[in-house]
Design a protein around this ligand. Structure first.
Ligand code: IMP
Length: 431
């Protein structure tokens, strides 16, 4: 038995979906523990493309059970939409292979409206959210007025609490000159959709504990990335949940001593969607080339991702924050054909050198990256499955990244296809 946590080590979009899918082969249970349908995970299996936002990526495997943990915020309309989309691709979803935590919080229609209107009013300080109501839903959770999945079991209580939430947000909406939202229509629709979800509801901690007792392998699938973490990221340009490895236990109901391995997913260069500091962003030809080759468009919003060179300072910090044991290095093939490849090995702020990301966003905006330049490789590495077949320069790049981020690379992904993965160590085989 082994329990593995997967987290992104940059700003999300590191290619977690493919690695989770690949690792799910050995997982009996795959658990989402934070975020919501702001995530976008793409899986390519024998040429078939699956795009998931809320359901754990293990759902496409026949014998894998997936669980949406209490730390996730759930838009029930989206959940049903995603289930239907997968069913159209002949993936069977039922209460035996999908479990939804009874204590996960709900994203209500008004949360999405508040999210959008806030962004509209933020002017130059826009976060660049996915507009899916994630932030307002988490605010209601910690504000102790949120609605949970288990509330679908009690109609009167649900309705009166939902009205209170609408009253709360309507005060602000009206003050901003926006239209007041009617809870009644939203309630009727929500209550109806709730009836289709009830069959999936269970206490997640209990299920996870049962799997643990039966010595099963559990995979905890993180969404977004380390620097979007509300505590450890580039605040306020972050998402509203904790995205680092420690959240896996809180967001699902299991303790830290049950975890065996933290796997960091790291892209061979850096991208970011939305606003906020990005020290190695490249607005020139190199950034454009990375974006075009890497198809760097958001899975959820379709927005063009900002691109830049690999930032070793950032990833070294992510390794420390999640006590990462090994890294899956993704999209290495996107660097094919670059004559030179840059790596950020240090930061300079007002002529002072530092080797970590400072907490203040004002300081973060002042960072000037210090680069080391490496020689690129000739030809394409796309689809390579053995480390020996990589060009010498690609191996040197991998080695240098390992040294700089102080962590070994154990998986290398050379194309979106499940099979195109160089395996040096399988986290489930390490104990
Ligand atoms: P929110 O999570 O929709 O509130 O968005 C907050 C920030 O996180 C924005 O910059 C989004 O672009 C970013 N974000 C949220 N989810 C993802 C993701 O799955 N990948 C990359 N960025 C994300």
């Amino acid at each position: 038995m082994s329990n593995v946590i997967i987290v992104g080590t940059q700003w999300g979009d590191e290619g977690k979906g493919k690695i989770v899918d690949w690792l799910s082969e050995k997982a009996d249970l795959v658990v989402r523990f934070q975020g919501g349908h702001n995530a976008g995970h793409t899986l390519v299996i024998d040429g078939n493309v699956f795009k998931l936002s809320l359901l754990p990526s293990g759902i496409v495997r026949e014998n894998t059970v997936v669980l949406i943990g209490n730390g996730v915020v759930i838009d029930p309309f989206h959940l049903i939409k995603e289930i239907k989309q997968l069913e159209e691709k002949n993936i069977n979803i039922n209460p035996d292979n999908l479990i939804v935590s009874d204590s996960a919080f709900l994203i209500l229609p008004i949360h999405q409206i508040v999210d959008e209107i806030r962004e509209k009013n933020n002017g130059s300080k826009k976060i660049g959210t996915t507009g899916r109501g994630i932030g307002p839903a988490y605010e209601d959770k910690v504000g102790r007025r949120g609605l949970r999945i288990c509330d679908f079991l009690n109609k009167d209580e649900f309705e009166s609490n939902m009205k209170k939430i609408y009253d709360f947000h309507n005060i602000w909406l009206c003050a901003m000159g926006e239209e007041k939202q009617d809870y009644q229509d939203a309630f009727n629709k929500l209550w109806n959709i709730g009836k289709t979800i009830i069959k999936f509801i269970q206490p997640s901690w209990l299920i996870i504990n049962n799997f643990k007792t039966s010595k099963a392998n559990i995979l905890f699938e993180g969404a977004q990335g380390t620097f979007l973490d509300v505590d450890h990221g580039t605040y306020p340009y972050v998402t509203s949940s904790n995205t680092i490895a420690s959240q896996a236990g809180i967001g699902s109901g299991i303790g830290p001593t049950a975890m065996n391995y933290a796997l960091g997913i790291t892209k061979a260069y850096t991208t970011r969607v939305g606003s906020g500091p990005f020290p190695t962003e490249d607005n020139g030809d190199d950034g454009n080339k990375l974006g075009t080759r890497g198809h760097e468009f958001g899975t959820v919003t379709g927005r063009q991702r900002r691109c830049g060179w690999f930032d070793a300072i950032l990833v070294k910090q992510a390794v420390a924050l999640s006590s990462i044991n090994g890294i899956a290095f993704t999209k290495l093939d996107v660097l094919d054909g670059f004559k030179e490849i840059k790596i950020c090995v240090g930061y300079e702020i007002e002529s002072k050198k530092i080797d970590y990301l400072p907490s203040s966003s004002v300081q973060q905006e002042k960072i000037k990256p210090i680069y080391e330049v490496m020689k690129g490789w000739k030809g394409s590495i796309a689809g390579i499955q053995n480390i020996e077949d990589l060009p010498y320069e690609a191996k040197l790049y991998i080695q240098r990244v390992e040294e700089l981020v102080q962590c070994k690379i154990i998986l290398i992904s050379t194309s979106p296809e499940r099979a195109d993965t160089i395996v040096l160590e399988n986290p489930f085989d390490v104990n």
